[in-house]
Design a protein around this ligand. Structure first.
Ligand code: BTN
Length: 324
């Protein structure tokens, strides 16, 4: 999107986020544009999932509170010596794409977050529904010098970092679903999409994408599985900027440990939150179906399934609890 349009829409949201009514005329004066242009921007923002309504004679108002992402607030929640670059965007196709497009100028630990994604991606080619201002759409860049071989298990580590970050904000009762989802009460709260670019043996570029449901609009469509958001889990008002700061800091401290030692020191944390541990499960790998008892994960992030007394490990596929 054109930078000027992006700035104008951001400014409109900033004005409306005060919770007050603003007339088209006043908004137009703030932005130096006509009322008709204001109304066009408001329509586009509504199309992106932002609920702005208008009342004749009073103007526009946001139906729900929107807390905007703000780099200076995020930095307040990170220790002073951290120099990560944090790109905060209003609207982007996908934060993972933004990282890929800017990879040349990025350093390990740099982050992109957005208020909305127009082409958010989930695993296995699924869409990741990304309405404006409601959720977290976060991507971090990391370069792994040892190449692909250190990467099995990375998405599990990212799930652990997200889970720890939420726990630091007082949210308990979370479960980890292999390989990379966070659940609460058997419903999906967050998903992780790690994308990799580079050669087999040389350094490779990783894009760590995290989508977390914070306060989905009530009329959201397009999600094809049971889901939950933080608003349903906790009465606490989650500060998104604090969450981003905490998550960035947690990833920055855990990834170097993972680079040195793999998942070894995280296995007990996973085991305590494993959604399927000791349950009868089905693992679908393409057309293949493997059934047995889930026995947790191994040191390389592989899923362990016991069948007829034999323990086997699996590196890919989708796991579900066996229907009775
Ligand atoms: C999944 O569970 O299917 C993974 C979802 C990952 C979604 C995040 S949102 C931020 C980043 N940008 C994307 O386009 N996808 C990831």
């Amino acid at each position: 999107m054109n930078k000027q349009v992006e700035i104008k829409r951001r400014r409109i949201i900033e004005l409306l986020s005060s919770g007050e009514f603003y007339s088209g005329e006043i908004i137009g004066q703030h932005l130096g544009i006509t009322r008709a242009a204001v109304s066009k921007h408001i329509r586009s923002l509504n199309d992106l999932g932002l609920d702005i309504y208008s009342v004749t004679g009073r103007g526009y108002k946001l139906a729900n509170d929107v807390q905007l992402l703000q780099p200076e607030k995020i930095k307040k929640y990170m220790s002073g010596d951290m120099s990560n670059q944090i790109d905060v965007l209003n609207i982007v196709t996908s934060t993972n794409d933004f990282i890929k497009q800017n990879i040349e100028r990025l350093n390990s630990g740099d982050v992109c977050i957005a208020e909305a994604q127009t082409a958010g991606r989930g695993r296995q080619g699924r869409e990741w529904v990304s309405p404006f201002g409601c959720n977290l759409y976060f991507s971090m860049y990391w370069q792994f010098d040892q190449g692909y071989k250190v990467l099995s298990g990375l998405s599990l580590l990212v799930g652990i970092a997200l889970c720890q970050s939420l726990e630091k904000l007082g949210i308990d009762g979370l479960a980890l679903k292999w390989p990379n989802d966070i659940y609460f009460n058997n419903r999906k709260l967050a998903g992780i999409l790690v994308e990799i670019e580079g050669q087999m043996d040389s350094a490779c570029d990783c894009i760590i994408g995290i989508g977390l449901n914070i306060a989905m609009p009530e009329d959201v469509d397009g999600i094809d599985q049971p889901w939950i958001d933080l608003k349903q889990i906790t009465e606490k008002n989650i500060d998104k900027n604090r969450l981003v700061g905490t998550l960035t800091e947690t990833l920055m401290s855990l990834i170097p440990i993972f680079e040195q030692e793999g998942l070894a020191s995280f296995l007990s944390y996973w085991a305590r939150r494993d959604l399927f541990i000791n349950k009868q499960v089905d693992l679908t790998m393409g057309k293949k179906l493997i059934s047995g008892y889930c026995r947790g994960i191994g040191e390389n992030g592989e899923l362990l399934i016991e069948h007829n007394g034999q323990l086997n490990s699996y590196h890919g596929g989708e796991i579900s609890v066996r229907a009775r």
